[in-house]
Write a protein that binds this ligand. Structure first.
Ligand code: 5AD
Ligand code: SF4
Length: 442
């Protein structure tokens, strides 16, 4: 019996992929464990979005391989996902004794590859980066079937070519999964106790573009949202990521019409300077973000927003950054992923180099982080004394207590019996930190 540990870096899509690989391996008799200690196979599922993410994963694999050379490490070490796709054979130059490199579109072949490697210690082929035609239909969900809140992949790849972004290289062209297959997966999840789904893709609001038609004024994505909302047992729907482009009136209206859609939207705006947006090849103006935020909030009172911002894109001046800062402040984002620009080989913007001095990037990042910390703690403190509807997802990581989320995606730590897991309950908020609320069942 082989024991496998999967270490996951990066986004929710990677987490979903790792769950799928784990389920496939369990079905083949492998034991998949959360801890690295004692695993005889370690798979590192990687992210390429920034240089630092790649270096972390390479460092991890290097450490494991070194331990193996000293007779302590796992028997097999593999690198999966985005960095495998992006760097391919070059990874073997950095890590010559790496056993396996599997790209983003070949994950379901991992059990075969492992079987082969376990039978043949000196295999002819260690790299599998082939492209699959169409949507690589879903990897299975978690084998135990007990996911109160689950990720469901509805779209893969991206055709946008934003200047900074490596995703079109790592995940390939935009493909949408057929609705029947998505709905069947969600029905099965609901039957096993799932109450909330997050629909995943690179630009989910463009779901179905090219393969499905708008009907009755509804885009394929909004149609899908309605179908998901109609599945008995699914009480909450979220989606990510979306793009301000193609975020049409029907999707804004869906936030008023579909009660299952949670009152939270992740709306990446990247920069508040029109000049920098153009250089980033983001085809919208800052004004579009202002209007979109206002219409979403009008459609769904109480809706909160989060975003992604990059500081220090080539050419960004203090004046450009000031526009980013003021948009960020004005729209009151409660959560945000804030990044320093990291030049990625092979992206359209790579030729621009990385001219913004590191201390300028640092200062701009720190400024946004400060604003964000202030904003989220203020908003969290304002929740004290209110009663929130919370979906209890499971035990809190630190043990002993339960963890759930409000509709606005605020994390809530609460006391109560484990029988509350899987239920949406009113919670009276008693305390708040910068990233969480505390409460008790009301
Ligand atoms: N450097 C910094 N941040 C990046 N992102 C994507 N590519 C880069 C890069 N090269 C950020 C964007 C995107 C998020 C997922 O990662 O903000 O929305
Ligand atoms: Fe990357 Fe732009 Fe596609 Fe998002 S829309 S995945 S940022 S290329």
């Amino acid at each position: 019996m082989h024991r496998v540990h999967i270490r996951t870096y990066g986004c929710q899509m990677n987490e979903r992929d790792s769950e799928g690989v784990a389920a496939l391996l369990r079905a083949k008799g492998y034991v998949v464990q959360d801890d690295e200690a004692g695993a005889d196979i370690v798979l590192v599922n990687t992210c390429s979005i920034r240089g630092l993410a790649e270096e972390k994963a390479i460092g991890k694999a290097d450490h494991l391989l070194r331990a193996r050379r000293e007779g302590r490490g796992p028997r097999l070490v593999g690198i999966l996902g985005c960095m495998a796709q992006n760097r391919g054979a070059e990874l073997l130059d950095r890590l010559p004794d790496l056993d396996l490199v599997v790209g983003t579109q070949r994950l379901r072949h991992i059990p075969d590859h492992l079987g082969r490697l376990l039978a043949d210690p000196a295999p002819a082929r260690r790299i599998d980066l082939a492209e699959e035609a169409g949507f690589e239909d879903a990897l299975p969900g978690r084998a135990d079937g007990r996911q109160v809140a689950a990720f469901v992949s509805i779209q893969q790849g991206c055709d946008m070519r934003c200047a900074y972004c490596v995703v079109p290289r790592t995940r390939g062209p935009e493909r949408s999964r057929p609705p029947e297959s998505i709905l069947a997966e969600i029905r099965a999840l609901a039957a096993a106790g799932t109450r909330e789904v997050t629909l995943l893709g690179q630009i989910v609001n463009q779901y179905g573009r090219g393969s499905q038609r708008a009907e009755g004024g509804l885009s394929p994505f909004v149609r899908l949202l309605r179908q998901v909302a109609a599945i008995p047992g699914i009480d909450r729907i979220r989606y990510t990521a979306c793009h301000p482009i193609g975020y049409r009136a029907d999707l804004v209206a869906a936030h008023a019409d579909i009660p299952e859609l949670c009152a939270h939207v992740h709306l990446p705006f990247q920069s508040g300077s029109d000049r920098i947006l153009r250089a980033m090849r983001r085809p919208y103006l800052a004004e579009r973000i202002r209007r979109l935020a206002a219409s979403l909030r009008a459609a769904r009172p109480g809706l909160t927003l989060s975003t992604d911002v990059i500081v220090g894109f080539p050419g960004e001046t203090d004046a450009d950054f000031a526009q980013t800062e003021s948009l960020f402040r004005e729209l009151g984002f409660e959560h945000g992923f804030l990044f320093k620009y990291s030049p990625r080989p092979g992206t359209p913007g790579h030729a621009l180099g990385d001219p913004v001095p590191a201390p300028d990037k640092e200062r701009r990042l720190a400024r946004l982080q400060e604003l964000l910390a202030l904003r989220s703690s203020t908003e969290n403190l304002r929740q004290i004394g209110t009663t929130q509807s919370v979906l209890v997802e499971g035990p809190d990581r630190r043990g002993g207590r339960l963890m759930g989320r409000t509709e606005n995606e605020r994390r809530v730590i609460l006391d109560g019996p484990s029988s509350l897991i899987g239920h949406i309950i009113p919670v009276h908020v008693t305390a708040a930190g910068q990233t969480y609320l505390e409460g008790k069942p009301a």
